[in-house]
Design a protein around this ligand. Sequence first.
Ligand SMILES: Cc1cc2nc3c(=O)[nH]c(=O)nc-3n(C[C@H](O)[C@H](O)[C@H](O)COP(=O)(O)OP(=O)(O)OC[C@H]3O[C@@H](n4cnc5c(N)ncnc54)[C@H](O)[C@@H]3O)c2cc1C
Length: 413
Amino acid sequence: MPRTVIVGAGAVGLACAYALRKRGEDVIVVDRDAPGQACSKGNAGWITPSLSAPIPAPGLVGQSLRWMLSAESPLFIDPLAVPRMAPWLWQFWRHCTESDYMRGLAAVAALNHNTMRLWDEWQREGVGCELHREGLLFIFLDPAKLRATHAEFALLRQFGYTTPEILDGAGARRMEPSLSERVVGGFLVAGEYHVRPETFSAGLLSRLEALGVEVQSGVAVTGWDRDGGQVLGIRTSRGSITADRFVVAAGSWTGLLTQMLGVKLPMQAGKGYSLTISQPSITLGRPLYLGDAKIGVSPFDGALRFAGTMELSGINLRLDPRRMIGLRRGIDRYFRQAFPRDAGEEWVGMRPLTPDGLPIIGRLRDVGNVYVASGHAMLGITLAPSTAEVIADLVTLGTASLDIAPFAAGRFL
Ligand SMILES: Cc1cc2nc3c(=O)[nH]c(=O)nc-3n(C[C@H](O)[C@H](O)[C@H](O)COP(=O)(O)OP(=O)(O)OC[C@H]3O[C@@H](n4cnc5c(N)ncnc54)[C@H](O)[C@@H]3O)c2cc1C
């Protein structure tokens, strides 16, 4: 039986392992840490195909330059990191056009086409996790922002999504009584899910164990053994592992790994922060998107998680307290009661980010048996099953059932 090694045991790597194992492949997963401990841990866990739009968007350049002046803004580019990140930032800004935005939206919407079906299917197959199905409620303090965000949803109609009805403030409060009087309205995106992401990794892990997949923790990949256009094995902190195929699903570190193979992929970290409050004083019926502050709120069993901010400061896990202050300040205006300033568990994670905002899913051109599944930015949990199915198709059949050209690694060459 051909053997595939997957590098990275985040949501994407574990999902790829599951999809490949279901096709009868022999799979080994290696991670330098324990599974699911990087970006796949403290995120908001939304499963939200309606947010398929890429991050580089028309108008973002001007807005991000203004936001650079405040460390508490929703998008912060660290001026000290700019020289190091300049080539990547230049490419990112070049993709902030109407045409690239619409092309990216169409590609990700197509990739998301099977997302909800796969999430339901994987649940039925025994990937146990804390999954909720109450949709997402967008709420706003500023009526102009409400109208602008709602208009973006209208773009999704061409991909088969219905445009949600606008609610006024009273309507939003009827759905969520803990919202403050300052909330002027919102809209409910029905039919979307959210998961406690830690339980998704744990559920996949126990399913993989039951299916006989070896998941090795504490194994850092340090190099590749290569023979021309083929990789023979990986070198790791615990010795070499040979295999027939390799999938790099190493999140923000993906570019560093492919660089060791001589393949440059422009992967940066879009750092995000979260705050998880256990046994919170308010309960919510569904997740909320605090539209003006760009903060997501996810109610889990016995906890509330607030997640947001996008910080471009390079690949590092430094937690900037100013960003946490921005997150905490952003929350208070939306609720009748304030949360204690020191409440909650603080977390920082690195969203793997490409300059066009689209993931990289596919085979490397010059190294025929290496595949990449990474760069999912704000949608790695949502897209993990759909990505895994594409990778399983490519590895076992040599072709995918949807057009994956927009996700090709070679687009950056
Ligand atoms: C604040 C925040 C909120 C978010 N909210 C959502 C949301 O609501 N919905 C959604 O869909 N997405 C969300 N995301 C995005 C999502 O979390 C990521 O896209 C996703 O977790 C990426 O998963 P991954 O498996 O690609 O990477 P990771 O989870 O980062 O996993 C990569 C793994 O590779 C391993 N690795 C790296 N280098 C090596 C090496 N050399 N050797 C061995 N192992 C290595 C790492 O240890 C790590 O375990 C959010 C992100 C943030 C930060």
